[in-house]
Design a protein around this ligand. Structure first.
Ligand code: GLY
Length: 401
């Protein structure tokens, strides 16, 4: 009996040491990658034209591709810099952040896009979190008002795009894309800050509608749902960035997962936790999910296993899982932890992480922006970097049980 107990203790000790070692190896790898990211962003900064925002890098032409502040991705560059500055506190980053935020703030009044969450919350939301200022609060409130102006109370959704990309589009269309779930966090902030529940209600209505009409019974999702703006009826469930209308676009699944994790965090309504868990299950146990947990750009992409992976979807999933694990217990918690670790472990390798001075200054390689439009395919993506840096910071700063 005594011997058996001794053996049990030895096994426990070996198991715990292995787990500790695995965690420590990943933590060391995260530290090294954050350091690399910091050098990369200093390098990128030098090549970035005034008033421009990094989108991607064209390796053939050795060209950093950029946009103006109105592009949906403009918040990711200052957002990544804010995370890196949280870690490294570099005057060169502080100066750049101030400069970029000063330019980006004009978008607070932009009512032509639903992407204000991405643009303004990843940037000013992080800035406010790290260094609260009345100016940031005002900008975030105005951004939330602009986003809320796109809400249609008949459909009970925020309008994503101003026109449908499908050729039968009529004037009465109201297009909602799954990505829109990511913009709701800004609305919750607005209610927390102002006490006005309008924003909270819009977020809840949008998420509830999306849960019903974007998701199929297996928790895969449509990219686009087109509603009749006058009646709220569904006109079509289609895709723009996925392989097919009935396929499961990997980044869409990732946006959905992350979005419902935020919904649960902000409301504590169990139905959102159930939704997030179900989407996670779909993603993590999909027969087409590779062992390294870096998904193909679409779970139903043609030519799997030779289809391209989307590193940006992997980064978003990892970041979402690191938060989701804190809302569950037991085996599920362990499972989410391990899967997030697997994703990070496999992303933080030379296959996916660029050497300093290459990749246009971006950290992550091999993202897929829009395969059907043959745009930004197998390239770095500014949002891939943002969610990777966020995932690394979350992993580093949160207690792993
Ligand atoms: N429209 C956002 C994305 O490409 O995921």
């Amino acid at each position: 009996m005594k011997n058996q107990f001794l053996i049990f203790l030895i096994i426990q000790f070996v198991f715990n040491s292995c787990t500790q070692t695995k965690e420590n190896i990943l933590k060391a790898s995260i530290d090294a990658t954050l350091l690399k990211a910091s050098s990369q962003y200093e390098y990128m900064m030098k090549n970035l034209p005034e008033g421009q925002y990094p989108k991607t890098y064209n390796a053939t032409q050795d060209k950093l591709e950029t946009s103006g502040s109105e592009w949906w991705c403009s918040g990711f560059y200052p957002g990544s810099l804010l995370y890196l500055n949280e870690e490294f506190n570099k005057p060169v980053f502080t100066k750049e952040i101030d400069k970029v935020l000063n330019d980006l703030k004009r978008e607070q009044y932009n009512k032509t896009t639903h992407d204000l969450g991405f643009m303004m919350y990843c940037s000013f939301g992080n800035a406010e979190r790290l260094n609260p200022k009345p100016e940031y609060k005002e900008i975030l409130m105005n951004s939330a008002k602009s986003l809320a102006s796109r809400y249609n109370d008949t459909v009970k959704c925020i309008r994503s795009w101003d026109s449908a990309s499908w050729n039968k589009a009529g004037e009465d269309d109201l297009v909602v894309i799954i990505d829109n779930m990511m913009n709701l966090e800004l609305l919750f902030w607005a209610t927390h800050y102002s006490g006005d529940s309008t924003y909270y209600k819009i977020a809840v209505n949008h998420a509830d509608k999306t849960m019903v009409n974007h998701f199929r019974s297996d928790y895969s999702s449509y990219h686009e749902v087109i509603y009749d703006e006058n009646t709220g009826e569904i006109k079509a469930q289609i895709t723009n960035q996925g392989a097919a209308d009935d396929s499961s676009w990997a980044r869409g699944q990732a946006w959905g997962l992350y979005g419902y994790v935020v919904m649960y965090r902000e409301t504590k309504d169990q139905k959102y936790l159930q939704q997030a868990n179900a989407i996670a299950k779909y993603i993590l146990y999909h027969p087409n999910m590779p062992k390294d947990m870096i998904p193909y750009w679409d779970f139903n992409a043609p030519n799997i296993p030779n289809a391209l992976r989307d590193s940006s979807a992997a980064a978003i999933i990892a970041s979402a899982l690191i938060e989701l694990k804190d809302y569950v217990d037991g085996e599920m918690k362990q499972e989410y932890e391990q899967k997030a670790e697997t994703i990070l472990k496999n992303l933080l390798t030379p296959e996916y992480i660029a050497e300093v001075g290459t990749n246009g200054g971006f950290v992550l390689k091999h993202g897929v922006g829009n395969m059907p439009n043959n745009s930004e395919v197998d390239v770095p993506l500014t949002y891939g970097d943002y969610y990777l840096i966020e995932a690394m910071m979350r992993y580093k700063n949160q207690k792993i049980n």
